[in-house]
Design a protein around this ligand. Structure first.
Ligand SMILES: [Fe+2]
Length: 228
């Protein structure tokens, strides 16, 4: 994966001394972005913790792939900010308490990757991070949104965020679902491998999880448990 050095990555301490590689002209951008992140994280506990977990999973997948440090950082920041576009909506729309949404509401929420891209571009955030945010709901078979990109037209960073995002969504307790065990979630992800999500990236995540989870996932995926 070729990525330009993300010289103005977000979320470093917003002081010049504490921002590796930050150019003086980027200080204002970093401050704005840090404030924006605090705002996003103040929305609700789920949003805050989900972003942090997705960032952590994505970073571990990126390290498993042996990506350069700058690319790992871009993916981590993409994970933290992937749903930033949701700040455009009422908390009532995205507070995760409803099991069913109208088609119109769903269509509205599906705009969040594009809104996120617009927000980050306005702040001159590095392009690899913007791509993670813009394309994190694309799927390998072209069934995703907002652009319907397929296969390797989806930037690798965004593919990593997709796997991390799906894994966290499956393993987290929500008002309408009990979080699944990691091995169950991995097994479900594996049913999507090659169609919606990258098999290689799912395997990378599997290797990062405790051995029991990965082994159990393989066991479940063999069909011996009847999970699916
Ligand atoms: Fe999203």
């Amino acid at each position: 994966m070729k990525m330009p050095h993300p010289h103005n990555l977000l979320l470093y301490p917003a002081t010049r001394a504490g921002v590796p590689g930050l150019r003086p002209t980027d200080t204002k951008t970093a401050l704005s972005a840090a404030a924006l992140t605090l705002f996003v994280e103040s929305q609700d506990a789920y949003t805050r913790e989900h972003g942090r977990r997705v960032a952590a999973y994505a970073e571990r997948i990126a390290r498993q792939l042996g990506l350069a440090q700058a690319d790992v950082e871009a993916v981590r920041c993409g994970g933290l900010l992937h749903d930033i576009g949701k700040i455009a909506f009422s908390p009532n729309l995205v507070c995760n308490t409803q099991t069913t949404l109208s088609a119109a509401m769903r269509a509205e929420i599906r705009r969040h990757p594009e809104i996120g891209r617009a927000i980050l571009e306005t702040l001159h955030v590095a392009r690899p991070v913007v791509e993670c945010v813009h394309y994190h709901h694309e799927r390998l078979d072209g069934s995703g949104y907002p652009c319907g990109l397929a296969a390797d037209r989806i930037p690798l960073g965004a593919q990593i965020i997709s796997v991390a995002d799906c894994f966290d969504a499956l393993t987290t307790d929500r008002p309408y679902q009990k979080g699944k065990r990691p091995e169950e979630a991995l097994s479900i992800l594996e049913t999507l491998a090659g169609r919606a999500l990258s098999a290689e990236l799912i395997q990378a995540l599997c290797r990062e999880l405790p051995p029991a989870a990965g082994a159990s996932a393989a066991h479940l995926h063999s069909g011996r448990t009847g999970l699916h």
